[in-house]
Design a protein around this ligand. Structure first.
Ligand code: APR
Length: 241
């Protein structure tokens, strides 16, 4: 790759699995234990707000205890060492990429550590539990705060910026995602239709997307992601001296 080029990385729950956070569709994953229609839709929140708030309180507490793993750290190293732009588009709602030091980060499905006010739209960093008795720090309304999470049927965040990044990237790397939920599941095919970027999949097993990646490494993220990042940076050094 020439210097000044763009790497776009898409991550999913698999990159955080070895930090102890549950994935969604693996054996024992969240959607095997819970009914997503009862917990991850606006309708569910309207019908049973306390149940939904408790579900995200439980996940927020788990995420607060988790530590970034070697895969998160390798991506942060790539961002700082690569002579070009590295952006991470994450479907994950944990804060492990930030904790690892990544800065160019786009949470397309929201963040567990933020709450959004349905009265004024204010988004607030949030630690610990949230209840219906909490007051919006901006407008003071009580009982109007919801998890700043993109629920099924809602539009993911940052899509205009994401479309531009996919159109302009020279290397697209998909890590730890099953390729089952759109629009993220269509990103690899969109990049391939552009015909300019190389596409790479780093995953425990082949994802379900029907567009074959140019390069594929399979195994635990904490092994294959640092290995791939080292290989990429080494080839950069060899090319640019
Ligand atoms: N290392 C690498 N990959 C792993 C590991 C690991 N240790 N463990 C699991 N994986 C892979 C699985 O093989 C699977 O392909 O991570 C992927 C996890 O897939 P999902 O559980 O479907 O998670 P994800 O793709 O992020 O889900 C996408 O679906 O429910 C919605 O909004 C939610 O963001 C989520 C979206």
């Amino acid at each position: 790759m020439r210097s000044g080029e763009r790497i776009v990385i898409l991550t999913g729950a698999g990159i955080s699995a070895e930090s102890g956070l549950e994935t969604y569709r693996d054996g024992g994953g969240l959607w095997e234990k819970y009914d997503l229609m009862e917990l991850a839709t606006l309708e569910a929140f309207a019908a049973r707000p306390d149940v939904v708030l408790d579900f995200y309180n439980m996940r927020r507490r788990a995420a607060e205890k988790a530590q970034p793993n070697a895969a998160h750290l390798a991506l942060a190293r790539l961002e700082s060492a690569f002579d070009g732009q590295v952006d991470i588009i994450t479907q994950n709602v944990d804060g492990l990429h930030e904790a690892a030091g990544s800065r160019n980060l786009w949470h397309m499905h929201g963040c567990l550590n933020q709450m959004r006010c349905m009265a004024c739209g204010g988004v607030h960093d949030w630690a610990g539990n949230a209840t219906r008795q909490d007051k919006c720090p901006t407008c003071g309304e009580i009982g109007r705060l919801r998890p700043h999470i993109v629920w099924f049927g809602e539009m993911p965040h940052h899509m205009p910026e994401i479309q531009m990044m996919l159109a302009q990237c020279d290397l697209f790397i998909s890590i730890g995602t099953s390729g089952t939920v759109y629009p993220a599941a269509g990103f690899a095919a969109a990049v391939q239709e552009q015909g300019r970027a190389q596409t790479v999949e780093l995953n425990l097993e082949p994802s379900q997307g029907n567009s074959p990646f140019d390069i594929q490494y399979y195994g635990p993220a904490t092994e294959i992601v640092p290995h791939y990042v080292n290989q990429l940076l080494r080839s950069e050094r060899e090319k640019h001296g």
